[in-house]
Ligand binder design. Structure first.
Ligand SMILES: Nc1ncnc2c1ncn2[C@@H]1O[C@H](COP(=O)(O)OP(=O)(O)OP(=O)(O)O)[C@@H](O)[C@H]1O
Ligand SMILES: [Mg+2]
Length: 269
């Protein structure tokens, strides 16, 4: 029987908690035909941080993730990760540098087992030279345990429900052994119990593995509970960036985004 590896060894040695800048987005703009999705956006994520990225629907949050992770190119501005300009790199090279992202619409390889979905990520991630297929499957088992999917390794990815697919999405991102994990609404669509468990998983990745996290999330309570810092996008521009409590109390943020969410039901009557 193989010995279960402690959580803080999963994905490699515990990482430095030093607060050096991991990700720096500077003056980034992106247009789609007539639509300006991002306008002169700048933000940073430091090692060890959990940063929330919030804003109304269509604010440009997912587009920013596409630019950061090599799935689209900025029209202007720069994206650096660990000091390296990644704005022009393809997605797989950005991933190998240690930046992983999940997708708002989760997209596992449905014809493969849950375990092999994660193994593929391990084989193509930052530590790819360390793993053959057997070792990648072993690493996958450990990561499935971290995200609470240990019992589902042999199941076909197609058979998973939404919650399980979100957990698999997380394990796949972790499989690449990221220093920075960009989460696009991984908590959306879960019921309160599932949300709490997933939030605890996310916090554990940061606390115990030292993975920095940039998370898009519409649930303001979760943002307040998980994030030390919050960046707010509205119509493609950053309208606030700072400590979570201060940002959530900022009148411009309340006006642009939170007002609707905080209005009590009786106010609609
Ligand atoms: N490939 C595309 N082609 C054309 N327009 C696009 C494309 N992708 C995004 N957009 C537009 O860019 C803007 C920002 O979209 P984006 O998906 O980044 O918003 P979001 O903040 O992630 O929203 P949500 O909270 O609904 O997920 C929207 O107006 C959207 O319609
Ligand atoms: Mg989005």
């Amino acid at each position: 029987m193989t010995r279960a590896r402690p959580l803080d060894e999963v994905g490699g040695p515990a990482r430095s908690r030093a607060s050096s800048t991991l990700l720096a987005v500077r003056g980034v703009s992106k247009r789609f035909r007539g639509v300006t999705a991002l306008r002169d956006v700048s933000l940073t994520v430091d090692g060890g941080e959990i940063v929330g990225l919030i804003g109304p629907n269509g604010a440009g949050k997912t587009t920013l993730f596409h630019l950061i992770s090599g799935f689209a190119r900025p029209d202007a501005g720069s994206v650096t990760f660990r000091g390296q300009d990644v704005g022009a790199l393809p997605a797989h090279e950005v991933r190998r540098l240690g930046l992983a992202r999940t997708f708002q619409v989760v997209q596992p390889f449905v014809g493969m087992s849950v375990r092999d979905n994660v193994a593929v990520a391990v084989l193509f991630g930052r530590d790819r030279r360390r793993h053959g297929i057997a070792a990648a499957r072993e690493e996958s088992n450990r990561l499935l345990d971290v995200v609470g999917l240990a019992a589902a390794g042999d199941a076909a990815a197609a058979s998973l429900n939404l919650v399980e697919r979100k957990r698999l999405e997380l394990a796949r991102a972790l499989g690449t052994n990221p220093a920075l994990l960009c989460l696009d609404e991984v908590l959306a669509g879960l019921n309160p119990g599932e949300t709490d468990r997933m939030a605890a998983t996310v916090r554990g990745l940061n606390d115990r593995l030292g993975v920095a996290i940039l998370m898009i999330e519409h649930n303001v309570g979760l943002v307040a509970a998980l994030c030390q810092r919050v960046v707010v996008l509205d119509q493609g521009s950053v309208i606030a960036d700072g400590a979570t409590a201060a940002v959530l109390a900022d009148p411009a943020v309340v006006r642009a985004y939170l007002g609707e969410r905080r209005r009590p039901p009786s106010a609609d009557a």
